[in-house]
Design a protein around this ligand. Structure first.
Ligand code: NAD
Length: 289
């Protein structure tokens, strides 16, 4: 299948490479020259404009930083430029309103579209073990599913257009709050004189157990190897967690949902990112406690 892929950053580069490995012909575009070079090295054919990239494509995939960029790339270079009937898949994490608006515009021009944000970080993108949560009509999802499977370990239909983004921000609101709570528990345990490995051994098998503890422990040398063991380098950046919490708070505001823990998590991540920590893994917020 010929796939046009736009946005070859930390996530998109690995995803495009996995599509090549699965036997697809990948035409790729990014604004950054080093990203194009890396894409060529992994077997993609690169182009100098997004429009050329989507010409002749049966499927277009985007992995871009935010909703404003997604809206403009689709409006200017994808819709009306990709072949009639091409399937459009946006894997970026963006606001629900932008996801719905772009899908509606695409639908009006004869394109099926799926919003399919991902869970799993850069390593999962590289290894092809992402979890995709997809929003769109059942027929569009059925078309997208085998393509997404080449890049992930799980592909789940969340509901209608925008539902993938809704699931993503609810999940990440939970993750942000649970990470802070996990950090607090370790810091309190320390103050109370507990050995942190012993506390991990207890809590990881007791009712406080959660992913932030057993898969992503924020304490160096405790639990599995995580960004904490690499001085919080790599992983999922604090700035991206803050972006997702802001999307969640905006969505909660739109529908009048009361999310006090989410609000608190956003405020704490905002303060932490504002102190120059945006580039560190989000578990590094333990340093602020
Ligand atoms: P990134 O900044 O590394 O990559 C984005 C790429 O898009 C860059 O290479 C940039 O040059 C390119 N780009 C920007 N504007 C463009 C345009 N108009 N045309 C073509 N290319 C353009 O970001 P990332 O970490 O790869 O994240 C991409 C998306 O995935 C974001 O929405 C992010 O929230 C989401 N996400 C990231 C992670 C993670 O761990 N990094 C995890 C899950 C989801």
């Amino acid at each position: 299948m010929q796939i046009g892929f736009i946005g070859l950053g930390n996530m998109g580069s690995g995803m495009a490479a996995n599509l090549v490995k699965a036997g697809h012909r990948v035409h790729a575009f990014d604004l950054a020259a080093p990203a194009l070079e890396q894409a060529r090295a992994s077997g993609c054919e690169t182009f100098t404009t997004a429009r050329e990239t989507v010409a002749g494509a049966q499927v277009v995939i985007t992995m871009l930083p935010n909703g404003a960029i997604v809206r403009s790339v689709y409006a200017e270079d994808v819709i009306g430029h990709a072949p009639q009937g091409a399937l459009l898949i946006d894997c970026s994490t963006i606001d629900v309103a932008s996801a719905k608006a772009v899908a509606q515009e695409a639908g009006a021009r004869g394109h099926a579209m799926v919003d399919a944000p991902v869970s799993g970080g850069i390593a999962a993108a590289r290894e092809g073990t992402l979890t995709f949560m997809a929003g769109g009509e059942a027929a569009a999802f059925a078309q997208a599913e085998p393509i997404l499977q080449a890049m992930g370990k799980a592909v789940i239909h969340a509901g209608e257009s925008g539902a993938g983004q809704a699931a993503k921000i609810c999940n990440n609101m939970l993750l942000g709050a649970s990470m802070i709570a996990t950090c607090e528990a370790f810091k309190l345990a320390e103050r109370l004189g507990l050995d942190l490995q012993t506390f991990y051994d207890i809590s990881s098998r007791a009712s406080g157990q959660c992913w932030s503890m057993t898969s992503y422990c924020p304490v160096p040398g405790v639990g599995p190897v995580t960004p904490a063991d690499r001085d919080y380098q790599g992983g999922f950046a604090t700035a991206l967690m803050l972006k997702d919490l802001k999307l969640a708070m905006a969505a909660a505001g739109d529908v009048g949902a009361h999310v006090p823990m989410g609000e608190r998590a956003e405020a704490l991540y905002e303060a932490f990112a504002g102190q120059g920590n945006g580039g560190f893994d989000f578990s590094s917020i333990i340093r602020s406690l």
